[in-house]
Design a protein around this ligand. Structure first.
Ligand code: APR
Length: 308
């Protein structure tokens, strides 16, 4: 039987993710948006690309939730993107209302789905989706770490003139200015970058990774990044649909791991058919743990502003 992925928000991130899901032949895709005609138009356009790209995935566009019924995965990208000068927290209240109402409707139609939250501020929106859906933590994940790590990997590859395929990077913590790139756990062909790059070069990569989102926002001026976010969503979708048991950095609701409770924080997570299989705990040096504490505190502060 065909698998079904619903994407709420047929904007830049949502539609790009939809296309990649079909190109990888992972599932049929339902796109939902509040703008009349937008999801329908993009769905038709993507269906018409199928004969050329050689996929049989079917796209459906809708302004309601009926078509999402029985989804295996629901990706929530609905909301406002950042504009120049806007922090992810400026988006907090606006996107909270949107994610809350979307989650209620999604959970009603697909009570067994895995939810992947993408709307920003990511950690607070994932928290909202978990509380509003009442789903177990295994089935509510936030997409941020894959993206932040991908950005760091690209910067490492660029600095050393090596293939991105040789790179591995770990970025933990909240998806914001306090995120915690971990050079000690970031490698090129298995060699820690701390042995390959100077401290100054690593510091520059860490800072550029933290500013990865805003660097694109400032260039685009009218929206935020979507190609790398879409690719990152699809890596998580694939890990779940193909039951890969793949370890990816994801925002996960922690229940004591790393010393945090009742909070979404980016950590290495093993993903498989049921969503989260295991939070992987790695040893952190004192300054790494202190940075993660600061990041967790920032997430907790933003969640405390929400009536959820
Ligand atoms: N229900 C469904 N769709 C909605 C709703 C809603 N209540 N509110 C807004 N949308 C839709 C918009 O109509 C728009 O088409 O969400 C879509 C968002 O798309 P874009 O504006 O293109 O934003 P995008 O770049 O895709 O970013 C989406 O992902 O990375 C995050 O910060 C980013 O929160 C933002 C989200």
């Amino acid at each position: 039987m065909r698998r079904k992925v619903s994407i709420i928000g047929a904007g830049n991130v949502g539609a790009s993710a939809a296309e990649r899901i079909a190109l990888r032949r992972l599932a049929d895709v339902v796109m939902v948006d509040i703008i009349e005609g937008l999801p329908q138009g993009k769905a038709l356009d993507l269906n018409e690309a199928g004969p050329v790209d050689g996929y049989d995935a079917r796209f459906t566009g809708s302004n309601g939730y009926e078509a999402t019924k029985g989804s295996d995965i629901v990706v929530i990208t609905s909301g406002l993107p950042r504009k120049p000068g806007m922090s992810r927290d400026d988006l907090l209240m606006k996107n909270f209302e949107i994610v809350k109402s979307v989650t209620e409707q999604v959970a009603r139609q697909s009570p067994r789905a895995v939810l992947i939250v993408v709307s920003n501020p990511l950690d607070a929106m994932a928290y909202t989706a978990l509380k509003v859906s009442g789903f177990p933590r295994e089935r509510v994940l936030g997409m941020a770490g894959v993206l932040d790590s991908a950005r760091m990997r690209f910067f490492i590859a660029e600095a050393l003139g090596v293939s991105v395929e040789n790179t591995h990077a770990f970025v933990l913590g909240g998806h914001g200015d306090t995120m915690v790139p971990l050079p000690r756990y970031s490698t090129v062909a298995g060699i820690p970058i701390t042995e390959l790059l100077t401290k100054e070069a690593i510091d520059a990569i860490v800072q550029r990774t933290r500013d990865g989102g805003i660097e694109v926002v400032n260039l685009l001026k009218s929206g935020s990044a979507y190609y790398a976010p879409a690719s990152s969503i699809v890596q998580m979708v694939q890990a779940i649909l193909l039951d890969e048991h793949r370890i990816l950095p994801c925002a996960v609701y922690l229940q004591g791991e790393y010393g945090y409770r009742d909070l979404f924080v980016g950590v290495p997570a093993r993903l498989g058919a049921g969503g989260l299989e295991k939070v992987v705990e790695i040893t952190l040096a004192a300054e790494e743990k202190a940075a993660l504490d600061r990041s967790a505190a920032a997430v907790r502060e933003s969640v405390s502003k929400l009536a959820v």
